[in-house]
Structures are given as structure tokens and as C-alpha cells.
Design a protein around this ligand. Structure first.
Ligand code: 3PG
Length: 361
């Protein structure tokens, strides 16, 4: 059982360093999906109402590039009173901004990952950040699989607590430790390197594992791997969508050529997953089935609509999946949509996370 200490009741005028996950899709610098932001907003408002001075810390990394959080700041400005954005993470300017904050004010720091000390979990950077606050709240469950300074470093120097959204994620996702059966696990998305190590572990936990998205090609090609050899539980696609010249083509899996790139699952594959979903009692879905940014949404959308009306408990995770469901107005069709992607997988397999362990100490 995971147990967290309660957040102190008296937060008046205290400087609260809050790690949040504002790693959200942007379009021309503007927030494209506000799902994660809206999920985090109530925690920020709660602390603000208690008179805390809140210093928000996040990262924004898309395809290995770091982006400014200024666009997220624009969004928050319209939702929070006394909000300001700091274009730097540490230094005199930030200190002055914090000194000038009134109780209830909120300050968002620039992308933490622009500082080399964040990913390397540097003690010097942790101390520097810790000096900005009186206590630390982790409201970024979705990043808590990372041993980064803002997740595991700061708690070494400040009284540290789990935020309310963080606690909710832990409570609900813990239900999947002993899932009702049959348990169907659907794994898509594009972070193959992050997700692949979990596949074997999920093959032990789930009754059937469906592979979609960018996960398919490496597994198809890697027939001789351990994953390939233990693949009786893996439901591979029957048909996929490829581009031939400029034309989308749905082809059976046997017709795939070495040079083909897979952009989506075809209708036969989706029908098979849906029929299995109808017989399942517990479904975990993480990651889109196709290349959504390129407009290959058909497989993911058909699956989302079908899963929204099955009788099984359906838990969905993954930043891109959640954003997609948000855009399609399907979020409320599911038992629970987690704000986490990789962290959710890690948590379900390990039953803890580095960011949880430091808060339990
Ligand atoms: C996510 O989008 O899953 C989290 O923000 C973690 O992002 P990361 O994989 O870049 O650490």
C-alpha cells in the first residue's frame, strides 16, 4: 500500500515549489490540448486559495527538442489570478520575482530541461531550485518515472508531498495491479525505446497484448527476438495502412515490403481488437494506433469510439492518446484517462516509481 503524508494545512505565504507536467502539444506556440493543464489547475487553485505562493516547474520536450513554456503561460494567464511567467529557471531575476509575489500568486518557470542539471539529477541544481521554496509538491505523476532533479533531487532538500492529482493517479492505477480477467492491453504510440522493455512484463500480466503505432514495425522485423518467440499472446495486425507514392493504401500484413512505413492499422485489425475488447473485463490502452500528426487517425478514432461503449473497465493513458480523446470530445467515455504515458506503464509494472519512493521516505 502506498502511503503519502498529508500536505500541511497552513500554507499561508509559504513558497510552494510545485512540479507539474505541462508537456503539452503546441501549435504555432499555442496550447493545442489543454487536458493536462485543466487536470492540474484545481491543485494549483487549491494551494493558491490557502495563500501559498506557487512556483510552477515543468518541462516541454517534443521529439528530443526543448521548447519555451511561454505559450503555456499565456494559457494560464487567462485562468489564474496573479499569474506571471519567468523566462529563466534560476538566478537573481527569478528570486526577485518570487520576493515580489503576494499570497495566492502563481509563477511559472521556463522549461526545466533547458538547464543541463535537470536530466542529470545534479545535486547543485537541486539545491539551487530548493532555495526558491519552503516546501515541494509533486503534481507530475506522469514524469515521476524519471530520475530528474525536479522529481527526485529537490525532495532531498525540502519537506515534500504528493499533490492531489498525483494521489488520484496512484489510487486509480493501483487497481490494475490485480486486474479482473480477461485483461486486454493495447500498446501503441511512438516512444518505442521507452515502451519496449515493458512489453515482456505485460505479456506476463495481460491475457492478450495488442500492438499498434510505431511499435509494430520493430516487432514485425524482430521476429527472432524474445518478444517474437513468446508472442502467442501478442495480437499482431492483419492489415495496415502504408503510403505508396503519395497514396494511402490498406494492405494485408503479408504484402508489406521492406521499404514500407506503417502509418495506421487497417479496418480488419481494428475489428479484431474490438471483438476481443467486447469479451474483456479490463482494458488498458496506452498510445495511439497510427501517426496522428500526419492525419492517420482512422484506426485510433474507431478504436476510441468502440472502447467508449464496451462493458469492461477501460483505463487509458499516454499524453498523445489523452490529447486525441480530448480533441475528439471522447474523454468522458472512459473509466479513467491518466495524464501519464511512460510513467503509467512503469508504475503498473514496478508498482512504484522513483518519484513515489522519494515522497514515501
Ligand atoms: C509525457 O509526456 O509522457 C511526460 O511529460 C514525460 O515526458 P518525457 O518522456 O519527455 O520524460
Amino acid at each position: 500500500m502506498i502511503h503519502f503524508a498529508p500536505i500541511p494545512l497552513n500554507l499561508k505565504d509559504r513558497r510552494i515549489l510545485m512540479r507539474v507536467d505541462f508537456n503539452v502539444p503546441l501549435k504555432q506556440g499555442k496550447v493545442e490540448s489543454d487536458f493536462r493543464l485543466l487536470r492540474t489547475l484545481p491543485s494549483i487553485q487549491q494551494v493558491s486559495r490557502k495563500g501559498g505562493r506557487i512556483i510552477l516547474m515543468s518541462h516541454l520536450e517534443i521529439d528530443d527538442r526543448y521548447y519555451s513554456l511561454r505559450g503555456v503561460g499565456q494559457f494560464l494567464k487567462s485562468k489564474l489570478k496573479g499569474f506571471r511567467f519567468s523566462s529563466t529557471v534560476t538566478g537573481q531575476k527569478v528570486k526577485r520575482m518570487i520576493d515580489g509575489m503576494e499570497p495566492g500568486d502563481v509563477l511559472l518557470l521556463e522549461d526545466l530541461r533547458l538547464e543541463p542539471g535537470e536530466k542529470s539529477n545534479s545535486p547543485a541544481f537541486a539545491k539551487e531550485l530548493a532555495l526558491l521554496g519552503d516546501l515541494y509538491i509533486n503534481e507530475a505523476f506522469s514524469v515521476s518515472h524519471r530520475r530528474h532533479t525536479s522529481i527526485v533531487g529537490i525532495p532531498e532538500y525540502l519537506p515534500s508531498f504528493a499533490g492531489s492529482l498525483f494521489r488520484k493517479e496512484v489510487k486509480i492505477l493501483s487497481r490494475a495491479f490485480k486486474p479482473p480477467r480477461p485483461f486486454l492491453f493495447i500498446l501503441g504510440g511512438n516512444k518505442f525505446a521507452t515502451k519496449a522493455p515493458f512489453l515482456e512484463k505485460f505479456l506476463k500480466k495481460a491475457d492478450t497484448v495488442v500492438i499498434g503505432g510505431a511499435m509494430i514495425a520493430p516487432i514485425l522485423l524482430d521476429r527472432t527476438s524474445r518478444i517474437g518467440r513468446t508472442s502467442s499472446k501478442i495480437l499482431m495486425p492483419r492489415d495496415v495502412v502504408v503510403l505508396r507514392g503519395k497514396h494511402k493504401k490498406t494492405i494485408p500484413i503479408e504484402a508489406l515490403e521492406q521499404s514500407d512505413l506503417i502509418y495506421d492499422l487497417g479496418p480488419k485489425s481494428i475489428a479484431r481488437i474490438v471483438s476481443l475488447a467486447k469479451k474483456s473485463r479490463f482494458i488498458l490502452w496506452n498510445g495511439p494506433l497510427g501517426y496522428l500528426e500526419g492525419g492517420f487517425i482512422h484506426g485510433t478514432l474507431s478504436l476510441a469510439r468502440a472502447l467508449g461503449s464496451v462493458s469492461a473497465e477501460v483505463i487509458v493513458g499516454g499524453g498523445d492518446t489523452a490529447s486525441f480523446l480530448d480533441q475528439q470530445k471522447l474523454l468522458d467515455k472512459f473509466s479513467f484517462v491518466s495524464t501519464a504515458g511512460g510513467a503509467m506503464l512503469d508504475f503498473l509494472v514496478e508498482e512504484t516509481l522513483p518519484g513515489i519512493e522519494v515522497l514515501e521516505k
